[in-house]
Design a protein around this ligand. Structure first.
Ligand code: SAH
Ligand code: SF4
Length: 431
């Protein structure tokens, strides 16, 4: 979501003649767009500002703005502690960006803009075209969260759940497709809780599927509890909805899930997976895991490992539990850091083995790849198959923005390498 937000902040900034540059010498303004989901984010901000300070030691000071969830969570503290920062802007008030910059240009008063104006933000965003033209682009459809998992800062930094209207999303989507976008990932902290006047995520997906040149639709991140029947049904009929489902489970232990306030059991999670597979046997899953949550015993951890092996997630993102200020879990007794680290290593080794086995199973198979860009200094193109596996294929034809069948020759645990199956090859095969 920060990538979407950064692009949209830039869409605003261009209106007051601020443009991106890679030439650091000519920078007039730095925007540090931050994430607060795990620790170290705040330290990173101070660290980055230290580097900027050094660079501009004997020069005119650039404007420095901290945006995003660290700004939201630590606004006033940041301004007090680091005088080099001119403004903090929270994720629900970045429509104030231009106003803020213009004020700073005029006088040097510090500005704290961290109010929750999500409706006003999107009203303002709707007035400014989304200029993204990447083959695969993001689109925020829902923000905030009402679930209050005990470890999570999102409900405090992004605020309450809010869904944008189907009409504005259709328009933004159409505009992106007109820019050349072929794949859209619908974003939300709790995307399958999307609800605009009774219209659900499945309705939104159906609506945008009508945009002819839009080839692929993905969404992230969904919560198991909000996976309603209509969304499951869509996997039977939609040919644009991709078959990889990111479904964070966090833990394989019912005791820990309860302590996290996730509101479902492991059995209910597995049942959901079975129902999805039954509706469409091609679906596969990826997930997020928190290792070393307060109270996690060896037994709980082993249950998480068991679940990992049982579902064979093709991608697993695992994080050591990180206490976040203000959350209920931050008051619970922590698992010893060495033990958490040990568990994380075991978990990641197993996840990697599953992933490698899966990637190997694709060798000598055909996959459909949407190519995103040319590989630098090489006659190859980079793209992703339907399961988001990165694929590189040689070609002297420009494949950017095209979907091609590729025969996978080899690969490693990350990237697959293949050859485009040309029409003539296919005809030869048929003959
Ligand atoms: N809404 C999504 C998750 C959004 S946060 C869901 O409910 O699944 C993205 C991921 O960051 C989470 O899935 C979780 O695995 C991780 N995460 C969030 N807070 C964390 C914390 N305090 N410590 C460690 N990992 C955390
Ligand atoms: Fe955070 Fe996701 Fe839980 Fe919401 S559902 S509180 S975003 S982990």
């Amino acid at each position: 979501m920060n990538e979407y937000d950064s692009n949209r902040i830039y869409d605003f900034a261009k209106k007051i003649n601020y443009f991106k540059t890679e030439n650091l010498k000519e920078v007039d303004c730095y925007v540090l767009n931050t994430c607060h989901i795990r620790e170290k984010a705040t330290e990173k901000v101070y660290h980055d500002i230290g580097r900027i300070k050094k660079k501009f030691k004997n020069k005119k000071k650039p404007i420095v703005v901290v945006t995003g969830c660290v700004a939201q969570a630590e606004g006033e503290i940041l301004l007090d502690k680091e005088k080099y920062i001119d403004a903090v802007i929270g994720p629900q008030s970045y429509h104030d960006f231009n106003k803020t910059i213009l004020k700073i240009e005029k006088n040097s008063k510090k500005i704290n803009s961290t109010h929750f104006d999500v409706i006003e933000k999107f009203d303002n965003l709707n007035l400014i075209k989304n200029s993204s033209n990447k083959v695969s682009s993001f689109l925020t459809v829902q923000e905030g969260c009402d679930k209050f998992c005990k470890f999570c800062v999102v409900p405090y930094t992004r605020g309450a759940e809010y869904s944008r209207s189907i009409q504005e999303l259709y328009n933004e989507c159409k505009n992106l497709v007109d820019n050349g976008v072929k794949e859209i990932t619908l974003l939300g902290q709790n995307v399958n809780a999307y609800n605009f006047k009774g219209k659900k995520l499945s309705d939104l997906i159906k609506e945008i599927s009508d945009i002819k040149k839009l080839e692929r639709i993905r969404y992230t991140t969904s919560h198991p509890v909000d996976f309603s029947e209509d969304l499951i049904e869509l996997y039977k009929v939609s040919n644009k909805l991709m078959p990889l489902i990111h479904l964070p489970v966090q833990s394989g232990s019912n005791y820990i899930l309860r302590k996290m306030n996730r509101n479902h059991t492991v059995e209910e999670y597995l049942d959901l997976i079975e129902r999805l597979k039954k509706i469409n046997p091609l679906v596969k899953f990826s997930s997020d895991f928190i290792i070393g949550y307060p109270g996690e015993t060896d037994k709980d951890f082993n249950k998480t490992l068991e679940l990992l092996k049982r579902v064979e997630f093709i991608n697993s993102y695992s994080f050591i539990y990180s206490p976040r200020p203000g959350t209920p879990a931050s008051k619970m007794e922590e698992v010893k850091s060495d033990l958490s680290k040990e568990r994380l290593i075991i978990f990641q080794k197993t996840a990697e083995e599953i992933k490698t086995k899966y990637k190997k199973s694709l060798f000598n198979k055909k996959v459909k790849v949407l190519f995103e860009n040319k590989v630098k200094n090489d006659e190859s193109f980079f793209g992703r198959d339907e399961y988001q596996n990165p694929v590189i294929a040689k070609s002297n034809e420009n494949l950017q923005g095209k979907i091609k069948e590729v025969n996978i020759i080899n690969g490693n645990s990350n990237t697959l390498f293949g050859e485009e199956i040309r029409k003539t090859d296919r005809e030869n095969c048929a003959a």
